[in-house]
Design a binder for this molecule. Structure first.
Ligand code: MLC
Length: 514
């Protein structure tokens, strides 16, 4: 049997000289204040040692490794190790708190959890109670029990035999009504997508001058973990690694890079940075945007300031990347559209009654294997003829170019993070004095959309909006917490009794415009 282990394919992309730099840490220093560099050999050996540690634990086939750590190169090695060991990688946003983690651990039933030392106390309690056998720590300064234990294991390892449709990773995506669903992505899903993008986005070989990617996105989502990391690894290209995005620090390193990937907020922040200009971008080849709609205004301003035309693409956790504006000609990259279906991706707009706008449906080699332990939800999200319903609403032009127009589900995208109003409303409704709530997204210059809440007090009760926000900050990840809460007497409802969110969005759309 051919081994479809994704690591084997990524390893095949490493350069012949394994001792050259694979990753340079741009915002973290090593001992004695020296910039941290990792060679390709370091990535290979480090991930082998962790994979061998996992093998020594005799974890069952398909065991999940749940990861809740800060961004670091060792966290990337951990991901590669999970692939090599043939286990299933389950990354979680490091902003999640105990109530959120409890759900994910109960749902994923991980055999092994890796977390930051600061969270070990509460997180290990949740994990051990749920039956997790091993909890290791990994900090962003190379400390923690994971690396201590891995250090005792050999630094060579043969990637476990995996079939193309074996699950490599589960990425949790929030549900519109219920709790998050785990999208199962296989080794084949991830590799096929990475290979298509390597060609489409013109990743350059060493002979063509090579590429250097600025990696400034989180490692727990499809964008930073798969699109960015796989792109560089598969092409054997160096990464300039930022643990955290900072517009000034990134601008200072742009002259050393050729490729940048970001959510629109990162582009907005680069534009707000006075040192960002065409000179800083002089060696850049490609700026890619995704995960949220890029405003035409940002697209235009960016082009004026930098001389570069952002390439916008479209994807989601369940499918990895689906469409892209053209790499060439640059003039084919249009603001407000997400471009054409990637080679191998089937894309259709399911239009009723001959309307040009409809539900975007897709199929192809990167479409996921289904939701983890939710066969009925999986069935609901596919059409009877096997197309995945993205939940986005769009329009195709005569050439096959897709423009996204809206969403069929109640979803807010804030700074590239998905926020599901129903989840936040659930937490708000539990607060004392709150009868009901409505959470909506309104335009916001930095985050694209900002989460806000309308709160209706119980009869005779008073509700302090600021206190409600403070209470929520103790319970859920900060990016989900409303930036503003407003106390109202009642919520507008339609004849069916449903809250009219479109009306509320209209009413509060200027809340953050100055
Ligand atoms: C942070 N905060 C946010 C936020 N990020 N609030 C709303 N929306 C966000 N996205 C809040 C924190 O809770 C905190 O609040 C305050 O901002 C400062 O936190 P921080 O961590 O210092 O923020 P910052 O570093 O500025 O983060 C902003 C950001 C980050 C834009 C750099 O959000 C980010 O990296 N976003 C990228 C998300 C991403 O990778 N998406 C890809 C999804 S994959 P307080 O109140 O405590 O001060 C996908 C598929 C696809 O969608 O197609 O790609």
């Amino acid at each position: 049997m051919t081994n479809h282990n994704l690591y084997a394919a990524l390893r095949g992309g490493f350069p012949a000289d394994l001792d050259c730099t694979a990753i340079e840490c741009a915002d973290t220093e090593g001992a004695a204040g020296v910039a941290l560099h990792y060679t390709w050999r370091d990535l290979d050996r480090g991930s082998a040692m962790i994979a061998n540690l996992f093998a020594s634990l005799d974890l069952p086939v398909g065991a999940r490794v749940l990861v809740h750590t800060d961004k670091s190169v060792e966290a990337l090695m951990l991901y590669l190790a999970v692939l090599r060991a043939g286990l299933v990688y389950v990354p979680l946003n490091n902003a999640y708190q105990a109530s959120e983690l409890s759900y994910f651990i109960a749902n994923a039933e991980p055999a092994l959890v890796v977390c930051a030392s600061r969270d070990f106390g509460w997180l290990s309690k949740i994990a051990f109670r749920a039956g997790t056998a091993h909890v290791y720590t990994l900090d962003d300064d190379r400390r923690g029990s994971l690396l201590q234990r891995a250090a005792h294991h050999p630094d060579a390892q043969t990637p476990a035999l995996r079939a193309a449709d074996d699950v490599a990773s589960i990425i949790y995506t929030s549900g519109t009504t219920g709790r998050s669903k785990g999208a199962m992505l296989s080794h084949g899903n991830l590799l096929s997508n990475a290979q298509v993008l390597k060609t489409l986005w013109g990743w350059r070989s060493e002979a063509e001058g090579g590429d250097v990617l600025i990696h400034a996105l989180p490692l727990f989502h499809v964008h930073g973990l798969f699109v960015a990391s796989h792109g560089a690894l598969l092409n054997g290209s160096k990464m300039l690694w930022f643990a955290k995005f900072d517009a000034r620090a990134v601008t200072a390193r742009l002259p050393d890079a050729t490729v940048f990937m970001g959510v629109p907020t990162l582009y907005v922040r680069l534009l707000a940075e006075p040192t960002f200009d065409a000179r800083a971008c002089r060696n850049m080849r490609l700026f890619i945007s995704g995960s949220a709609p890029l405003l035409a205004d940002t697209f235009r301003q960016f082009s004026e300031r930098s001389g570069h035309t952002i390439l916008e693409r479209y994807g989601m956790s369940e499918t990895v990347m689906l469409t892209s504006n053209p790499y060439a000609p640059v003039s084919g990259r249009l603001a407000g559209t997400v471009g054409f279906a990637l080679p191998g991706v089937g894309l259709r707009v399911n239009t009723a009654h001959g309307e040009p706008i409809g539900d975007v449906e897709v199929r192809g080699p990167s479409v996921f294997q289904g939701y983890w332990r939710m066969p009925e939800k999986t069935a609901e999200e596919f059409t009877s003829d096997g197309w995945f319903k993205t939940g986005d609403v769009g329009q195709l032009d005569a050439q096959g170019r897709l423009t996204l127009i809206g969403r069929s589900k109640d979803l807010i995208i804030s700074g590239g993070y998905n926020v599901y109003p129903a989840e936040v409303e659930g937490y708000l409704n539990e607060l004392p004095g709150v009868e009901e709530s409505a959470v909506i997204g309104v335009p916001h210059a930095d985050f694209g959309e900002a989460v806000i809440a309308l709160l209706v007090p119980r009869a005779g009760a008073t509700v302090d909006a600021t206190a409600c926000i403070a209470a929520l900050k103790q319970r859920i990840a900060g990016f989900k917490v409303p930036k503003q809460a407003i106390v109202v007497d009642q919520l507008p409802r339609n004849a069916m009794g449903k809250v009219q969110k479109a009306l509320l969005r209209e009413q509060y759309r200027a809340l953050f415009s100055h």
